[in-house]
Each structure stands twice: as C-alpha cells, then as structure tokens.
Design a protein around this ligand. Structure first.
Ligand code: BES
Ligand code: ZN
Ligand code: ZN
Length: 508
C-alpha cells in the first residue's frame, strides 16, 4: 500500500511552494484566519463577485502569480473548496462535509496530477475538534484510492500514483492536530485495506488469502492469529461452512484474529462473512452481474481490516474477529436443495436454497465464537441479502439486533462516520417463516422480509448474548455516490466498527 506522508506545519502560508494549496470556505464566507493578506483579498473579491459561494462540494481552481511579493514563492495553484453551512447543528453533517471536501481535494489532485498538496485548516470551525483535520485527511486518503494492480497497458505519462505528501497548515493545538491526523491515517489505511481485498478477483483472493493476511498482520503486531482448516472444522462439527464449501476444490478456512490487552473487562466478538465467490451453488445465480459476487467477502475484509487499525490503536477492550471463509460453487459434491445439515451448536437445518449460504457459514462462526470467547457483545457484518437493497437501497446498511442499546450505539457510530445504518425489526413472526417440516429450521423464509428472516436464522445461534447483525449487501459496493468513495468497494463498516470499539472502551 502507498504510504502518504502527512506533515502538520505552522509555517506561513506563503512559504509553501508546492503544486496545490487548498482552502476550505463555508457558505458564511469565512476564510481561514492565517492566510496572508494578499490571498485573503483575492478570495474576498471572488466571494464578492459571487463566482464562488462556499456551497458544499463547490470547487474553484486558481492559478497563482508565482512572481509575487519579495521572496515569497507561494503555491502554483490554489483550490477553493466549498464546505456548505458551517452553522449546521447536526454534527454528523458537518463531519461528512469535511470528509467530502477531502474527497474533492483528492479528485482535483488526480485531475491535475498534484502528488504533493497543502491544506489550510478551516480554523473558523471552532466547534469541530482540531478544526476537522481528522475528517479532511480521512476524506483525502479515502478519495485518493485507486486499484490499478491489474492495469498493465496504461502509458507511464498517463499514470498518477496518487498523493504522496499532505501538509496540514495549522496555527493552534498543533499536538492535537498531529494526533487527529495520525488517527485519520491508520483508520483510512484500514478502510483502504478492506477495499484492496475486495477488489481482488475471486481467483486472487481465496480463503487462503484471508489466512495469509491475518498471519502477516499477527507477525507485524501484537495481534494473534489462529486458523481452523477443514479437518478441524469437521471435528468441531461446523456443518454449515463444510456444506457450503463442499462444491468447491478450494478449501474453506475459519480465520481468528485476537487483540488481547493487558487489562480489560469487556470482550467484543466481530464476525465477517468471507465468501470469496458466491455463484449461488446448485441454486445458481443468473449470470448477469455474477462477477460482483467476488465482493461477497466484504464483511470478512471489514473485520480483519478493523483489527489492523486496532493493532495501532490498542484499545483496552478485548476484540476477537472471526472470518468463516469459503467459495460457494456447484461441483459434483455440492450441497443440494433439500439437504439437511447440523450446525456447530447442534441445530439442524434444511438447505432449501444453496444461494442462502452466508447464514450457514455465519451460524457456525457465531455459535463457535460465543461458546469459546464468551463475548459481552457480538457484531457480525455480511453481504447477506439482496433484499436489503430492495428495502434500503445503496444508502444505508441494514441493522438487526436483539439489544436496543447495542443497536443504538452502532447506529450512532455509523452516523458519525458517514456510514448510515437503519434498524429493521426481529420477531416471532419472522422466526416462524424459517420453520422447517424436516429439520429444526430451514435456510430461507420466502421472499417477504428477506433480510429479516436471514437475521432470524442467525438469531438462533447467538443465545442471550447481545448481538447486532449488519447487512452490508447494499453498501459494501455501489455505495451512495460520495467524493471520498470511488466506484467499487467502499470499505464500509471499518470506520464504524473502530468508532464503536473506541466508545465501548470508554464505557468499561
Ligand atoms: N451474497 C448474496 C447476497 C447479495 C445479493 C449481496 C446481491 C449483494 C448483492 C447471498 O448469499 C444471497 O445470494 N442471498 C440470497 C438469499 C435468498 C436465496 C433467500 C438473495 O439475497 O437473493
Ligand atoms: Zn448466495
Ligand atoms: Zn452470498
């Protein structure tokens, strides 16, 4: 992964002589106080003419006169980015406008191939911690992302390898800004690592790649890693993951990564669906768009990438991430509609539709993780149902939970991180839909309430443990268009989980 250098500086604006300087301006027409007079005058003139109004995501690129005042070199270009209404009372909107501004900066930098940029902190944002340095940098790093590994034909002259250096110009609270910027960096890197995994095609990202990633993470940090192979899963009785994987020559894996602080009182279990390709199995999917099913591992990518950030952050809460990983293919040994399987906790299930495989692998991982780690709460992330796209579109992640307080905390973290979450209910009526004539339960409950009946299936495996299920099928890719989320996988869930775990830490 590219390593962007980030410098926090309190030098004079005119001492910066790089290729792109950026100033954020709000609708109230505030201008950062520590710009030099000449620049301020220039910006004021533009604002008075009405050519730039500070509207959210508005942008204006100016070319500077480099032969300015004595000795002062100044930047070649000055980009004005609109911030919108800085008096907005909803904090999540203000924070997302900052990220969005960061994304706009990254898009412009790409257009003009500016690999070294400087951002003047909007110090008029007095109510935002560190004047939004964290969110601006997050937006730049997330917006600067590209996945070009397999593009070999592009001419070197057309290539832009991204932003290599960001200077953040600050005048107050320099240490706070440094910390904020550092946090933004490792959190964004984690989200980008989730995007990287997701972008890998199915032939290049198999269950073994999750194992390799987790092992390498553990080697480089205080995290530990354990892996269960097919034989161990057989011994343990994980009938769900074994059934899903039996139609493929690629071996399934159960990957476990742990963060164990010296002192802790709470344990959080994260479980992520790591289906590296979902053809549907014998209940095969239509071929149009099937290539997107390489993204069916985004839940697994999100939880392991979260661990990557926690290795840096070192929260004093124990966090265990489990990724059940498999392919879902239709080889001659494949599980068939009507087959009955037995899950890790002894519950039997009639596999009515082999395309509803996510819940089968998650069921084993959830019951195993809960039995083994006795967590205080569990969060699972999965691209589980097409139905969640029908209900919430690509704008919100679906949340189903047996615990109101956990659900509220997660939803609040999602809101603050620009990854909105919407809760759907659970209940007896839905559980009834998955009753089977031949086994304890069946793996589909009909078309109606498809996301909820999928969650009702998972609910059978969590007992009384507070649990929340995030259905990210609509948001893991094709997420709402945002400047800091380029086309393709979004890395959703990573920033929300980190924020959530940070808040759990405070509560213990
Ligand atoms: N991985 C899919 C869910 C999915 C569909 C994610 C579209 C993203 C976009 C999952 O395994 C699946 O196929 N679910 C079925 C369940 C059905 C058979 C009850 C679905 O949603 O159609
Ligand atoms: Zn499926
Ligand atoms: Zn799937």
């Amino acid at each position: 992964m590219k390593n962007t250098r980030i410098i926090v500086s309190n030098k004079d604006f005119h001492k910066y002589s790089g290729s792109l300087a950026v100033v954020l301006i709000d609708e109230q027409k505030n201008i950062p106080s520590f710009l030099d007079k000449q620049i301020k005058r220039k910006i004021k003139k533009i604002l008075n003419l009405g050519d730039f109004r500070g509207k959210k995501d508005e942008q204006l690129l100016l070319y500077m006169d480099s032969a300015r005042s004595k000795g002062a070199r100044s930047a070649e270009r000055l980009l004005l980015v609109g911030f919108g209404n800085s008096a907005e009372s909803d904090r999540s909107i203000v924070l997302d406008a900052l990220r969005s501004g960061g994304g706009i900066i990254a898009q412009t930098a790409k257009k003009i191939k500016a690999d070294e940029i400087m951002v003047v902190l909007p110090d008029y944002l007095e109510n935002v911690p560190c004047y939004g340095a964290e969110q601006i940098v997050e937006g730049i790093l997330l917006g600067d992302y590209q996945f070009v590994k397999y593009k070999k034909a592009e001419k070197p002259a057309d290539k832009f390898s991204g932003i290599h250096q960001i200077t953040v110009l600050a005048r107050k609270n320099i240490n706070g800004v440094r910390k904020a910027v550092r946090r933004a960096q490792y959190v964004s890197e984690a989200a980008l690592s989730a995007r990287d995994m997701a972008n890998e095609p199915g032939n290049k990202w198999t269950p073994q790649h999750f194992v390799d990633f987790a092992r390498s993470l553990a080697r480089q940090s205080s995290l530990t890693c354990k892996v269960l192979n097919r034989e161990q899963m057989k011994k343990a009785g994980m009938g769900g993951i074994l059934a899903v994987s039996q139609g493929s020559a690629v071996a399934p894996k159960l990957v476990i990564v742990e963060h164990i602080p010296q002192r802790y009182t709470k344990t959080i279990l994260l479980v992520g669906k790591g289906l590296t390709f979902d053809s549907g199995g014998i209940s095969i999917k239509p071929s149009a768009g099937m290539e997107d099913m390489k993204y069916d591992m985004c839940g697994g990518a999100a939880v392991l990438s979260t661990m990557q950030a926690l290795a840096v952050e070192q929260p004093d809460v124990k966090v265990v991430a489990i990724v059940p990983s498999s392919e879902n293919l239709s080889g001659s040994m494949a599980v068939k509609p009507g087959d009955v399987i037995t899950h890790y906790n002894g519950i039997t299930s009639e596999v009515v539709n082999t395309d509803a495989e996510g819940r089968l692998i998650l069921a084993d991982a959830l019951s195993y993780g809960i039995k083994r780690y006795k967590p205080d709460f569990v969060v699972d992330l999965a691209t589980l149902t097409g139905a969640v796209i029908v209900s919430l579109g690509h704008h919100r992640t679906g949340l189903m939970s047996n615990d109101d307080s956990l659900a509220e905390k997660l939803a609040e973290s999602g809101r603050i991180c620009g990854e909105p979450i919407w809760r759907l209910p659970l209940g007896q009526e839905y559980s009834k839909q998955i009753e089977s004539e031949v086994a304890d339960i069946k793996n589909v409950g009909g078309k109606e309430g498809g996301s909820i009946t999928a969650a009702a299936y998972l609910e059978k495996f969590v007992g009384d443990t507070p649990w929340a299920h995030l259905d990210i099928a609509g948001t893991a890719w094709d997420f709402t268009k945002k400047s800091y989320i380029p086309k393709g996988p979004s890395g959703t869930g990573v920033r929300t989980l980190i924020d959530f775990i940070r808040k759990c830490k405070k509560k213990v």
